[in-house]
Design a protein around this ligand. Structure first.
Ligand code: HEC
Length: 175
């Protein structure tokens, strides 16, 4: 290695070491403004911790589902083409509405990741309502039952008893 190259590497190393926090990461992305953080940091745990204020019913959720979910998951929630959340259906034996052990996770995932092409675009009320619709279509809540932070953790999911809580079994919980 030439002296010039060595000097260049040393200078670069000093520049990296002194340019602060930004130099520690891969230099990708855009820093979030403090006001944006809650939108990205929302996490709902199985017991319902982290559920936001707001509410919705299946009756309200029907039109939201039709407008924002049906084209991928099917008009009735059973036909897909992608992982229909209602039933079990012929093409999908493990729909989220009946297979997932916690209704709270349905909210967490929907709010965080759906619609697939516009994630985090649902308001809290819209997310509660569309989750209520999925639960209603799976026979787990009534059409006008209010789904909110209080009632959602109490929904008894049919597959709950077929799953185990690994953290509980290990004697430690991260939450
Ligand atoms: C553009 C297509 C599209 C739209 C619109 C869409 N989804 Fe999805 N959805 C997907 C895809 C793709 C997956 C699978 C993602 C993965 O596995 O990473 C998925 C997965 C899901 C799952 C988990 C399914 C399972 O069995 O694990 C749920 C629940 C869900 N979506 C609900 C919704 C709701 C509610 C809406 C409307 C607010 C919605 N989706 C809108 C494409 C879509």
């Amino acid at each position: 290695m030439s002296t010039r190259n060595r000097a260049w590497i040393a200078a670069t190393a000093i520049a990296l070491a002194t340019s602060g926090a930004e130099a520690e990461g891969p230099g990708l992305g855009v820093p979030l403004a403090p006001g944006e953080i809650p939108r990205f940091a929302s996490v709902v745990l199985p017991d319902g911790a982290g559920l936001p204020p707001g509410r919705g019913t299946a009756r309200e959720g029907a039109s939201i589902y039709a407008a924002k979910c049906a084209r991928c998951h099917g008009v009735t929630g059973t036909e897909g083409p992608i992982q229909p959340p209602v039933a079990p259906a012929r093409q999908y034996a493990k729909p989220a509405g009946r297979h997932w052990p916690h209704a709270t996770t349905l909210f967490d995932y929907t709010k965080r990741a759906m619609p697939f092409d516009a994630p985090k675009s649902l308001s809290d009320d819209e997310a509660y309502a569309v989750v209520a619709w999925i639960l209603y279509r799976n026979g787990l809540v009534a059409e006008d039952e209010i789904v909110d932070a209080k009632s959602l953790p109490r929904v008894e999911m049919p597959n709950r008893s077929n799953t185990i809580d690994l953290y509980e079994r290990q004697g430690e919980k991260p939450y």
